[in-house]
Write a protein that binds this ligand. Structure first.
Ligand code: SAH
Ligand code: TYD
Length: 405
């Protein structure tokens, strides 16, 4: 039995997706032989309620100089983080010569707004290729895995921070206690941590099980985070649901007692009680829904194959790796995946080795059906793919349920 990474109690496993490759591990044919696999399974801690992976690959296997995820590929996400930067600048960068630190700063999608406005800032980003892309935008970046020791170094070199940011990264780091200790060390007494991650409540309500993959060590709720921060003398002072990545939550955290607590925190606590996020039965229901979703998707793809329809994937997302490998979607069922990210093109999807092709291949030779792996960007994609529908193409989605749109 595995112990909870937050409170050391025994975790209750509730779902296994079987043998799984690295979600962002797009590869060339000559790398198939050495492809790395691990057992992807999630569990629930009955004590602190943290949902987490049972086994997680070493960080260096996921985050390195060929990291495939460039944040700025989505214009929607660029707008989202511009909004965040604007809010933070207006509300929290008020001291004399303020300083902002961001972990998982990737290609500078957020910090570039602070750099452009002349604020002192520092990105901490262990994936060298995306860190370099940020530097090219004028964003100061150190290429390191953030933890308490790195926090101490930053404090020595730059002094304390007014704001600490982390988008879609806190849930990636299994040594979360060291990260939170580092954040507390680095923040001024009145400083705030603002971070956002996919929200467990949305995953449960939408059966968006494809959020479960190697990089996501944790699936946060207010309840489990309250437990975590309590241990560090910190507390959640505000929460704000975000309509990105299929449903995220933005949390603002400060030292205990240093700030007023917004009414949104109590409201979310009540919503989580109603959702049963503390109840093991909720996770068993989630597993049943996941299995049903898999069966329905495979039935549909099998039917389309039999009737001779061409199906292509849209968006070689990290999330798609879980769906493709768990369901067993082979290149016979989905002939290729179109994607706009240059580093993924010409490679193969992890595990099932479906070819990943430039977006133009989709545009120039529309399939009959497009399986929307980037379902979290549905609004942006529907807007730009009117021609696909006009040509008679149809979308297949599987979140929140399997259907042809
Ligand atoms: N914040 C961006 C990127 C999210 S992807 C966005 O929301 O789009 C997660 C990023 O976190 C990757 O760029 C990865 O390299 C980085 N990361 C992983 N572990 C980290 C750690 N310990 N410290 C800092 N960054 C980390
Ligand atoms: P995303 O859903 O942001 O993240 P994750 O990898 O965390 O699941 O990934 C979006 C992927 O989809 C990325 O590879 C770029 C691709 N994409 C397109 O090909 N076309 C598009 O219009 C959009 C929005 C994304």
């Amino acid at each position: 039995m595995k112990k909870c990474l937050i409170c050391d109690s025994l975790i209750e496993p509730f779902v296994s997706f079987g043998r799984m490759p690295i979600a962002n591990g797009f590869l060339q044919a000559d790398q198939f032989q050495e492809e790395y696999f691990f057992e992807l399974a999630a569990g629930f801690c009955p004590e602190c309620t943290m949902v987490q992976l049972i086994e997680q690959p070493e960080p260096q296997k996921m985050f390195h100089e060929n990291y495939a995820f460039y944040s700025s590929t989505s214009t929607r996400m660029a707008a989202h983080f511009q909004e965040l930067a604007g809010r933070v600048k207006d509300s929290y960068m008020k001291s004399k010569d303020p300083f902002v630190v961001e972990i998982g700063s990737n290609d500078g999608i957020t910090l570039r707004h602070f750099a452009a406005a002349g604020f002192r800032h520092l990105g901490v980003e262990p994936s060298a290729n995306v860190a370099e892309a940020a530097r090219k935008k004028g964003v100061q970046t150190v290429c390191q895995f953030f933890d308490e020791n790195v926090a101490r170094e930053i404090l020595g070199a730059h002094g304390p921070a007014d704001v600490f940011l982390g988008a879609n990264v806190m849930c990636h780091i299994s040594t979360l206690h060291s990260v939170v200790a580092g954040i507390k060390l680095l923040l001024k007494p009145e400083g705030v941590l603002i971070f956002e991650d996919p929200y467990l409540g949305d995953i449960i309500q939408k059966t968006s099980y494809d959020q479960i993959y190697d990089e996501h060590a944790f699936y946060f709720s207010l309840r489990s985070l309250t437990f975590l921060f309590e241990r560090h003398g910190m507390e959640v002072i505000d929460v704000m649901p975000q309509d990105v990545h299929g449903g995220s939550m933005r949390y603002t955290v400060g030292r205990k007692g240093a700030h007023d607590i917004a009414g949104s925190v109590e409201l979310l606590r009540e919503r989580e009680n109603a959702l049963g996020l503390h109840d093991p039965a909720t996770y068993h229901r989630l597993r049943e829904n996941i299995e049903r979703s898999r069966d329905e998707l495979m039935n549909l793809l099998g039917k389309l194959k039999k009737q001779g329809s061409r199906v292509a994937g849209y968006g070689a997302t990290s999330k798609s790796t879980t769906v493709i490998n768990y369901c067993g979607i082979t290149p016979e069922l989905v002939e290729f995946i179109g994607d706009t990210t240059p580093i993924k093109q010409g490679k193969f999807s992890p595990g099932m080795h479906i070819p990943v092709r430039p977006y133009a291949d989709f545009e120039n030779n529309h399939p009959n059906f497009a399986l929307l792996f980037a379902w979290n960007h549905v609004a942006e994609i529907m807007e730009k793919e009117r021609q696909f529908l006009a040509n008679g193409g149809r979308w297949i989605v599987y979140v929140p349920r399997v259907e042809i749109l």
